[in-house]
Design a protein around this ligand. Structure first.
Ligand SMILES: CCCCCCCC/C=C\CCCCCCCC(=O)SCCNC(=O)CCNC(=O)[C@H](O)C(C)(C)COP(=O)(O)OP(=O)(O)OC[C@H]1O[C@@H](n2cnc3c(N)ncnc32)[C@H](O)[C@@H]1OP(=O)(O)O
Length: 262
């Protein structure tokens, strides 16, 4: 069972937050420490220990694909970045691009319960905050492209009409949410499992509802367990600055998800 979980965690490579685990084999994942955490957490959650611990179907849906709610501007920037990702040339050869599109799912990990076994109802209903409204275009339409070499990412974000704060403009909490998501995705990509410890935001100009903006995030530095990320939100032509932010993410052991602080 433990090997099964480790394999499942290993297959989280498609999941942004665990991209930093790339290259780590299931056997390496099963270090003594992780083995101890998984063992002790499984002992306390016997009702689920006999069921599958993987919440996704084998082909989880990627919600960051173009859809009919995307404005021409959103689609154009998406296409521009897709053009900078790996492509198949006419003779069938792969051409390496500096950017990579990350998939975006609507579920987090079912059993990240901070030590509490969530009810089956909550497990079934839990959805990632930014992907919990089915109505396309109503809230967060976004796609993240990452540049591994430059340790930075760009998110193309279209702010839907249900994100209103000041009349006709995007709520500051919604802006904080997407910044947390994008900076957290980059931190997770670079450092493995992390949690937000600190997020500082300067709102420089109001963002009209329906805007398409770029969220540029870059690694500032890594110090021991701390990954510092900087962030700027601009118009797609980068002439207008909407928001600036800095974020600190602290690396967590897999045990943190299972209720241990180590
Ligand atoms: C969890 C992962 C989930 C996986 C999900 C996968 C699917 C993802 C899908 C899609 C991606 C979307 C991406 C989302 C991203 C969003 C993430 C969030 O919003 S997370 C929710 C909000 N955050 C919390 O609820 C944290 C609550 N706080 C804690 O759990 C702890 O306080 C924690 C982990 C932040 C720090 O734990 P300690 O305090 O035990 O860590 P110590 O080892 O003592 O500290 C390490 C270093 O960090 C500094 N530090 C800790 N907290 C600090 C702070 N607030 N400010 C400054 N420094 C701090 C300490 O001083 C220490 O520094 P020195 O190494 O000694 O220099």
């Amino acid at each position: 069972m433990l090997r099964h979980i480790a394999r499942r965690l290993g297959s989280l490579h498609g999941q942004q937050i665990f991209n930093g685990l790339k290259g780590i084999s299931p056997d390496q994942l099963l270090s003594k420490e992780i083995h101890r955490h998984l063992q002790s957490s499984l002992e306390t959650i016997s009702p689920i220990s006999t069921t599958s611990l993987w919440p996704f179907s084998s082909q989880p849906r990627d919600f960051s694909q173009p859809n009919s709610s995307w404005s021409p501007e959103m689609r154009k920037v998406y296409d521009d970045y897709i053009g900078l990702c790996d492509t198949d040339s006419e003779n069938g050869e792969k051409q390496k691009g500096p950017w990579r599109k990350l998939p975006s799912y609507n579920r987090s990990i079912k059993y990240a319960t901070a030590g509490i076994h969530l009810s089956k109802l909550i497990q079934a209903k839990a959805r990632l905050f930014t992907r919990n409204v089915k109505d396309q275009g109503a809230t967060f339409e976004y796609v993240v492209f990452v540049n591994k070499e430059e340790k930075r990412c760009v998110c193309v974000f279209q702010a839907g009409h249900l994100l209103e704060g000041a009349p006709g403009h995007v709520h500051g909490g919604a802006i904080a949410t997407i910044i947390d998501t994008v900076t957290g995705t980059l931190a997770g990509f670079l450092s493995g499992p992390i949690m937000t410890a600190n997020l500082n935001i300067d709102y420089r100009s109001p963002m009209p509802l329906g805007s398409v903006v770029l969220i540029h995030s870059a690694l500032d530095r890594i110090e021991r367990k701390k990954t510092y990320i900087t962030c700027k939100v601009t118009s797609t032509d980068e002439s207008k600055l909407y928001t600036e932010a800095t974020a600190l993410f602290v690396s967590i052991g897999v045990g943190h998800l299972f209720g241990s602080r180590n």
